[in-house]
Ligand binder design. Structure first.
Ligand code: DC
Length: 210
């Protein structure tokens, strides 16, 4: 069984994907982390994330980089959004994601294009969203806890810019698949969002005869 979870930054999709993975006993892949690793590798190489060649070269990042806490920073999120516009980068990361999705027993993947590109054949697709204000506030609290010197207004601006880039890029733009269930978490806390997601997936699986 494949569960696809897509949505914009700080919508709660990562938390929901992890909870679904634990609930259904399926392995989980945070695909944003792959793009963050590419973005961070470009930075380490002294390259330009907007240059397709530099970004493609960085897709051969060492696996150990995926464990670097720096990948969770706002800076690497911004770099990830920039390298992810290149078709060559998306193609280079495709096989890794596709084979994870199609492994025996199934998987949960979260990202931007799981339901549309990586696993259009997923059994259940969730599109998790929330208002930009709610997402900015969540991200700001996270960054405060990490001790990152960021302002709420700065985070909100950055989210708007990133959303715009993710939604309007030519390659695999962020959008809900036609058969995705949309879950708006603006007014839900973490536990309520997770409980809704589990209920929605279970209902969809019953309807699909799984
Ligand atoms: O989910 P995240 O914030 O870790 O993602 C960082 C960036 O990576 C996001 O702005 C766009 C890109 N991304 C993508 O293009 N496709 C994915 N499946 C996952 C992330």
């Amino acid at each position: 069984m494949i569960i696809a979870v897509d949505g914009p930054t700080a919508s709660g999709k990562g938390t929901i994907a992890k909870a679904l993975s634990a609930h259904f006993g399926l392995p989980h892949l945070d695909t944003g982390l792959l793009y963050r690793a590419v973005g961070w590798q470009v930075f380490l190489d002294g390259g330009n994330p907007d240059d397709g060649g530099d970004a493609l070269a960085a897709t051969t990042f060492p696996d150990g980089l995926l464990l670097d806490p720096e990948l969770r920073s706002e800076a690497s999120g911004g770099l990830a959004s920039r390298v992810s516009v290149h078709a060559s980068v998306r193609q280079a990361l495709y096989e890794r994601q596709r084979s994870f999705a199609t492994q025996a027993g199934g998987a949960v993947l979260d990202g931007r294009d799981i339901g549309t590109v990586i696993a259009p054949d997923a059994d259940v697709k969730l599109f998790v969203t929330a208002s930009v204000e709610a997402r900015a506030l969540r991200r700001w609290k996270e960054m405060q806890a990490r001790g990152e010197p960021v302002t709420l207004a700065g985070i909100e601006d950055d989210l708007r810019r990133r959303d715009e880039r993710d939604r309007t890029r030519a390659e695999a733009p962020l959008r809900a698949a036609e058969d995705a269930i949309v879950l708006d978490t603006s007014d839900l806390d973490r536990d309520a969002a997770v409980a809704s997601a589990i209920a929605l997936v279970e209902t969809r699986l019953r309807a699909g005869g799984n």
